[in-house]
Design a protein around this ligand. Structure first.
Ligand code: PCA
Length: 206
């Protein structure tokens, strides 16, 4: 695996937001794509059923690594999500928040990518990042869960991680509330570092 294949996804705007910081991060990242590894990008709607269908179809390409990006309003750091839980629903609706995603799936999946190493490397570069152990119960958590679920069910050796990105400053201006934010260049640089780590690992193993 000297040149791994990597799928990177982000989300459309949802709820009160006119933009989604995860997509802004991905667009910024693609302005200067590294030559390696092989990268495919996707923009998903914030809709459980539609995103599940699209993800299932995209994963059939059998990527080595899948990196999902999502916006996390209120978070101040770039959060690398360790666990995807078998639970999900729309925020603010307690009943739908406790819906099981897959009745024949395990309670949780743990990412088998080196998230602790990545977070430490990002901090060394002056980027506030940490490993998070709870991705929430909205669609971001579901994406991490489903990627592992489909990989196991359909027999792919895909490894996956979810990266939660803080709001971007213009979103906080629009929101007129005191919320944490981070200029897009920072999560975009973080994504670049992570992708470089994936390529470096593959080159070591080649
Ligand atoms: N953030 C939401 C879903 C889409 C997004 O960008 C989440 O954190 O689950």
């Amino acid at each position: 695996m000297s040149q791994p294949t990597v799928l990177i996804t982000a989300f459309e705007p949802f709820g009160e937001w006119r933009t989604n910081s995860s997509w802004q991060c991905l667009v910024n990242f693609t302005r200067d794509l590294p030559l390696e590894p092989k990268i495919v990008t996707r923009l998903y709607p914030v809709d459980f059923a539609a995103a599940r269908t699209r993800l299932c179809r995209d994963l059939s390409a059998g990527y080595d690594v899948v990196l999902h990006l999502g916006q996390a309003s209120g978070r101040a750091t770039i959060d690398l999500e360790m666990f995807g839980l078998n639970i999900g629903g729309k925020p603010g609706d307690e009943q739908s928040n406790f819906r099981i995603l897959e009745s024949d799936g395990p309670a949780a999946y743990r990412s088998n990518l080196p998230l602790l190493d990545w977070a430490a490397k990002l901090r060394q570069r002056g980027i506030p990042a940490q490993v998070s152990y709870h991705a929430g119960t909205h669609l971001c958590n579901a994406m991490l869960y489903w990627t592992h679920y489909f990989a196991e069910r359909d027999g792919y050796a895909t490894r996956a991680a979810f990266v939660h990105v803080p709001l971007e400053p213009s979103q906080v201006v629009d929101a007129e509330r005191s919320l944490a934010s981070m200029p897009t260049s920072m999560p975009s640089t973080a994504l670049r570092c992570i992708v470089n780590e994936i390529q470096a690992e593959a080159s070591r193993l080649a």
